[in-house]
Design a protein. Structure first.
Length: 205
């Protein structure tokens, strides 16, 4: 009789413990799910805010690029960027403005492996200013020379863009497709624009 009574008590105790544990696990899981939902919402809001900021920055950069084209009476202005961020395996034209009737450099320079244009990439990374008015005589990287010819480039000015650590993050390029030199103050004007936009230029991932 005593044994039966003990068994009933143990069964009841086991049932109580099981119920409490089940409730605790359910509460714990619900809390974790709520925390996960909050984290997802936070990440989503941060992503949306970052995207909105990047869009505003890109609009500013486009405005400055058009300003460059008009001030320098150039045919084309674009930004070359190495990517992905921190690894720099490829190089692409990401932002571009062109006068009517001018082909886009973006169509030619897209995901080019950095190793394929090693000498030119090194020039971009190590020189704050480059100017070419004789493609065949001044551009020694054969692939880049070929791309410049296909784009119809004749006079090319390149100003380096750097981050706060003075590391190369891209280059702003202004070109003419006719035998017309860029104005003498091109370097000063492009330097002023570069200093304005280089810290708001979104990276390519």
């Amino acid at each position: 009789m005593v044994t039966e009574h003990v068994a009933i008590i143990l069964t009841g105790l086991f049932t109580l413990i099981s119920t409490v544990l089940a409730g605790w696990f359910a509460y714990n899981q619900k809390t974790k799910d709520r925390m996960t939902d909050l984290k997802i919402d936070q990440i989503k809001k941060e992503s949306e805010n970052k995207s909105a900021i990047n869009n505003r920055h890109i609009a500013i950069i486009y405005g400055e690029m058009w300003d460059l084209v008009n001030k320098l009476e150039a045919d084309r202005c674009f930004i070359i960027q190495p990517h992905p961020e921190l690894k720099y395996l490829y190089i692409s034209v990401v932002l571009e403005v062109d006068r009517k009737g001018i082909s886009m450099a973006k169509d030619l320079v897209c995901n080019i492996p950095m190793n394929d244009i090693g000498s030119f990439s090194k020039e971009l990374a190590s020189n704050s200013w480059l100017y070419f008015d004789n493609i065949d005589g001044q551009v020694f990287d054969l692939r880049i020379r070929s791309l410049m010819r296909m784009a119809g480039s004749t006079n090319i000015a390149i100003r380096q863009l750097a981050n706060i650590n003075n590391e190369w993050i891209g280059s702003i390029v202004v070109e003419n497709t006719k035998q017309k030199p860029l104005s003498d103050d091109a370097r000063e004007i492009m330097t002023n624009i570069a200093n304005m936009i280089q810290f708001i230029l979104p990276p390519i991932n």
